[in-house]
Ligand binder design. Structure first.
Ligand code: ADP
Length: 474
């Protein structure tokens, strides 16, 4: 599998998508703003034209009142000439639609008389307006029908020149502006998203650089407290944890290799000696070799089993059978088993227990954990020393203490001794696997308890195992 970082396809990048979104939103908002402006502006222009038409109708009403139909005929000609005959026209009609007077109509000759509108006007009697295309000219006109006397209808129209000019100008401005807006929003969107995502790129680059060999490298943190900064902090924490795990896995595999090597070498040595023995010591010699081989193999198996118990328990797969048990009785019995060993080593073993203390625990596992603590105390305490076991009850938990008068443990080793395979320099000469305390702590933790040590070099050590009285429903 190639580890070479893959360069992402530009069109699939977040930067590209953000740019697209940015440009899209910017352009759509601009279109909406332009549309609104267009609607308001055209409406205003149209309102102005309509008002002008209404004003003209007003003049005609006055003219008819003052000078009759002749006055209106004259007014039509004069008004059209004054405004320009291409700008405005007037037609005076009877309700039948028959024209009886008009301004000069050569420009407006194709503007027909709409009988439907006249019919509607007859019913409503309120002015009616419409916008129409002037046939033959690239021009729109606003046309009004209204009564100016009882039986006289005025049809008047104004060329919408200003309206057309506005639309033309608007189209140009709109086109140029939109081109500029789309370009500007795409470029600025690209730069903005590039800037916002530059932290992500830095993280990707660092992550690509990090291999099994340079796990010490960290993603740069901006310190801004934003989401990317939080992500960088989280990734760095994760890298730290991975580095610690890899370190402990390396140490553990080194230790396993080292600790398996010695018994295996011894087993091989016994087998070799059996082969070379050539009957000098007879059957007895073979038996001794076989017994030694079995002993070493048992030690190996014990070590492997202990490792399995620890890993299974840590992975939450341990087969623990929790039941209420009398802790005092269990510890007293276990101590009795160790009395002969203590006597052999010339150590005074005392078991100081209070009244019965009951806890919920797996008795087999708890015995195993306690035996490791007591076995260590007897192993590391020199002849003539003292080992005291005590059991007491606190408010929430029971406490088992194993105190000895041995060499004690240096402060910097007091946490390390609970790691798998860790053994202090001075204890390397004595038998052991470095797994006992690790197992004791794992078992205690499976009981939601803890094992800790207090010690001053040269003044012995006190190992304390705390166990809550009840672990289910807690
Ligand atoms: P082991 O005893 O097989 O070496 P443990 O995990 O039981 O492994 O103990 C780890 C180390 O802690 C021991 O090698 C020893 O150096 C130290 N230790 C444990 N118990 C005591 C004790 N009571 N006094 C002094 N050192 C101890």
């Amino acid at each position: 599998m190639s580890l070479k970082p893959r360069v992402p396809d530009f069109f699939r990048t977040i930067a590209f998508r953000l740019t697209l979104w940015y440009a899209g939103i910017f352009s759509i908002s601009s279109c909406v703003a332009f549309g609104l402006f267009y609607f308001l502006a055209t409406q205003t222009i149209q309102d102005q034209i309509d008002q002008e038409l209404m004003d003209k109708a007003g003049y005609f009403r006055t003219a008819i009142q003052r000078n009759g139909i002749v006055g209106a005929q004259n007014l039509a000609v004069i008004e059209a000439q004054a405004a320009g005959e291409k700008s405005i026209f007037f037609r005076l009609l009877y309700p039948t639609g028959e024209v009886f007077a008009s301004s000069h109509m050569s420009y407006w000759k194709d503007v027909f008389i709409d009988h439907d509108i006249i019919d509607r006007l007859m019913k409503k009697r309120a002015p009616l307006l419409r916008t129409a295309q002037v046939t033959g000219h690239d021009q729109k006109a606003r046309i009004m029908y209204t009564f100016v006397a009882r039986n006289v209808i005025l049809q008047t129209g104004i060329a919408m020149t200003s309206h057309s000019r506005f639309i033309k100008a608007f189209k140009t401005v709109f086109g140029v502006s939109m081109a500029f807006i789309v370009m500007f929003s795409a470029i600025s969107g690209f730069f903005l998203s590039g800037k916002a995502l530059s932290g992500v790129e830095a993280m990707t680059r660092t992550a690509n650089r990090i291999t099994g060999h340079n796990l010490d490298e960290r993603v740069p943190q901006s310190g801004s407290g934003d989401e990317l900064d939080h992500l960088a902090i989280t990734i760095n924490r994760m890298l730290g944890r991975i580095a610690d795990l890899i370190k402990s896995i390396r140490e553990m595999s080194d230790n396993i290799a080292h600790d398996l090597k010695s018994p295996l070498t011894r087993i091989r040595g016994f087998a070799e000696m059996s082969l070379l023995q050539e009957d000098q010591e007879g059957m007895e010699g073979y038996r001794t070799m076989a017994a030694n081989t079995i002993e070493e193999s048992d030690r190996l198996l014990d070590m492997i089993n202990t490792m399995l118990v620890i890993s299974r328990a840590e992975a939450g797969e341990g087969e623990f059978d929790f039941q209420f048990l009398d802790l005092t009785a269990m510890i007293t019995e276990a101590c009795e088993l160790f009395v002969p060993l203590a006597e052999d080593r010339g150590i005074c073993l005392t078991c100081d227990v209070q009244a019965a203390v009951a806890v919920e625990a797996d008795s087999r596992m708890l015995q195993r954990a306690f035996s490791n603590l007591l076995d260590n105390a007897l192993k590391y305490t020199p002849e003539g020393g003292k080992v005291t076991v005590s059991v007491s009850a606190g408010q929430k938990d029971a406490c088992i203490c194993v105190a000895d008068t041995g060499p004690g443990i240096a402060p910097d080793s007091q946490e390390k001794i609970f790691e798998r395979f860790y053994r202090t320099e001075s204890s390397r000469t004595s038998a052991g696997t470095g797994l006992g305390l690790s197992l004791a702590r794992t078992i205690a933790r499976q009981h939601k308890g803890e094992v800790s040590v207090e010690s001053r070099p040269g003044q012995g050590a006190v190992f304390t195992m705390r166990l809550p009285f009840q672990i289910t429903n807690s």
